[in-house]
Design a protein around this ligand. Structure first.
Ligand code: NAD
Ligand code: WQD
Length: 344
C-alpha cells in the first residue's frame, strides 16, 4: 500500500481529493484535520462514496508533537498534500495573527515532519491570489506574483517562499505548489460538497442558498467592470477536476517526472466566466429564476482573472473536463440533498 497523508482531509477540497485517492485500491489515505472548519461527518461521507475509509486524526497541524505521533504511527508515508489552512479573506483582515499563526506554523510543522520522516513528495494548496492585481491575461506561472491584498493571500505568498527556501536545503523533499483559481461544485453523487460553517461569501454557495431561500437575495458585486457584461470574470473550476489534478501531481512527483525540485502549476479551466453568466448557467440547470440585483463593487475584487492552464496539461497531462453547467448542477444537487436531509 502507498501511504498518502493529507492535512485538511475533512475540508471541501481535501475530502474530494481523498475520494479520488481512495479510488485507487493501492492507496491508503491518512487525514489530519482539527475540524476547525469542517465536521467529522465528512470523513464518513468520504468513506460512503469511496467504499472504504480514510483514517482521520483530529489533530491540529500546529501541534508539532501530535503531528509527529501521526507520522510515528504510520511509518513509510510517501506523499503529503497540505490542504489545511484558514481561508476566509475578510476574516483574515480582522484576525491577521490567527491566520499567520495557523497557516504558516502548520506549514512549517508539516515540512519539518516531511524532512524528518523522509517523505519525498509534497503538494501545497496555493491560490491565484498570489498573482494579486493582474496586468495581463491569461495568467501563466511566469506572471509575477504581487504584494498580497490580504493576510490570507500573504500566507499563500509567504508559504510558497517558505517551501522554496526549505527545498533548497532539504535532503528528501520535492514539491509542487498548485495555484487554484475558483474551485466550485460538488461530487457528482450529490453526497459531498461545500458547506460553509460561517456566512458564505463565495459566489456559488451564495447562489445555491439564495435559490433555497436561506438568503433572500443575491447581490452581483459590480456591473460596471470593463468585461463583456459589466460583471467580474473568474476562472471557475470543478472541485472534482481539482481533486483529479492532485492525484496526477502526486503521480508526477512519485514517478520523478519533475524537472525542478519545486514547481508551480496553475489549476484553472482557462475560461473566464462572468458573474451574470454563472447565474444564467445556474438558472438553466436548476430550472428556476434566481432573485438577484446588480449592486456596488466589492472592495478588493479584481475585474477579471483567468488562467493559462497549458502547463498543467503539459506536465501533468491534466485539464479541466467539467464546464460551468456541470459545476452548477452538482452544487445544486448537493444543496438540495442538504436541504432535504439526504446529506448531513
Ligand atoms: P476548507 O476550510 O474546507 O478545508 C480546510 C480544512 O483544513 C478544514 O477541514 C479545516 O478544519 C482544516 N484545518 C485548518 N487549519 C487546520 C489546522 N491547523 N490543523 C488541522 N486542520 C486544519 O477549505 P478548502 O476550500 O478545502 O481549501 C483547502 C486549501 O485550498 C486551503 O489551503 C485553501 O487556502 C486553499 N485554496 C482554497 C480555495 C477555495 O476557493 N476553496 C482557493 C484557493 C486555495
Ligand atoms: C467570485 C465572483 C465576486 C459573491 C476567492 C478568494 C481567492 C480564492 C478564491 C482562496 C467575484 C462575485 C461573489 C456574491 C458576487 N480563494 N460575487 N456576489 O473573490 O474570486 O476569490 O476565492 O485562495 O483568494 O478571494 O471568489 O466566490 O468570493 O467571488 O457578485 O454574493 O463572484 O465579486 O467576482 P473570489 P468569490
Amino acid at each position: 500500500m502507498t501511504k498518502i497523508l493529507i492535512t485538511g482531509g475533512c475540508g471541501y477540497i481535501g475530502s474530494h481529493t481523498a475520494i479520488e485517492l481512495l479510488s485507487n485500491p493501492e492507496i491508503e489515505v491518512i487525514s489530519v484535520d482539527n475540524l476547525i472548519n469542517s465536521s467529522a461527518q465528512t470523513a464518513d461521507r468520504v468513506g460512503q462514496i469511496a467504499g472504504r475509509n480514510m483514517k482521520n486524526y483530529q489533530v491540529d497541524v500546529c501541534d508539532k508533537e501530535a503531528l509527529s505521533e501521526v507520522f510515528e504511527e504510520n511509518p513509510g508515508i510517501e506523499g503529503v498534500i497540505h490542504f489545511a489552512a484558514l481561508k476566509a479573506v475578510g476574516e483574515s483582515v480582522e484576525q491577521p495573527l490567527r491566520y499567520y499563526q495557523n497557516n504558516l506554523l502548520s506549514l512549517i510543522n508539516i515540512l519539518d515532519c516531511c524532512e524528518k520522516y523522509e517523505v519525498k513528495n509534497f503538494i501545497f494548496s496555493s491560490s491565484c491570489t498570489v498573482y494579486g492585481e493582474i496586468d495581463q491575461l491569461p495568467v501563466t506561472e511566469q506572471t509575477p506574483t504581487k504584494e498580497a491584498a490580504s493576510p490570507y493571500g500573504n500566507t499563500k505568498l509567504v508559504g510558497e517562499r517558505i517551501i522554496k527556501d526549505f527545498i533548497a536545503i532539504s535532503e528528501n523533499v520535492n514539491a509542487i505548489a498548485l495555484r487554484y483559481f475558483n474551485p466550485v461544485g460538488a461530487h457528482d453523487s450529490g453526497l459531498n460538497g461545500e458547506d460553509p460553517i460561517n456566512k458564505p461569501n463565495n459566489l456559488v454557495p451564495v447562489i445555491t442558498r439564495t435559490a433555497s431561500g436561506m438568503i433572500p437575495q443575491l447581490t452581483v458585486f459590480g456591473g460596471d467592470y470593463a468585461t463583456r457584461d459589466g460583471s467580474c470574470v473568474r476562472d471557475y473550476i470543478h472541485v472534482v477536476d481539482i481533486a483529479e489534478a492532485h492525484v496526477k501531481a502526486l503521480e508526477y512527483l512519485m514517478e520523478g517526472k519533475n524537472e525542478d525540485r519545486y514547481e508551480y502549476i496553475n489549476l484553472g479551466s482557462g475560461n473566464g466566466v462572468t458573474v451574470l453568466e454563472a447565474i444564467q448557467a445556474f438558472e438553466k440547470v436548476a430550472g428556476l429564476e434566481l432573485n438577484y440585483v446588480v449592486g456596488d463593487r466589492r472592495p478588493g475584487d479584481v475585474g477579471a482573472i483567468y488562467s493559462d492552464s497549458s502547463l498543467a496539461k503539459e506536465k501533468l497531462g491534466w485539464e479541466a473536463r467539467r464546464g460551468i453547467e456541470e459545476m452548477m448542477a452538482s452544487a445544486w444537487k448537493w444543496q438540495m440533498n442538504l436541504n432535504e436531509g439526504v446529506a448531513v
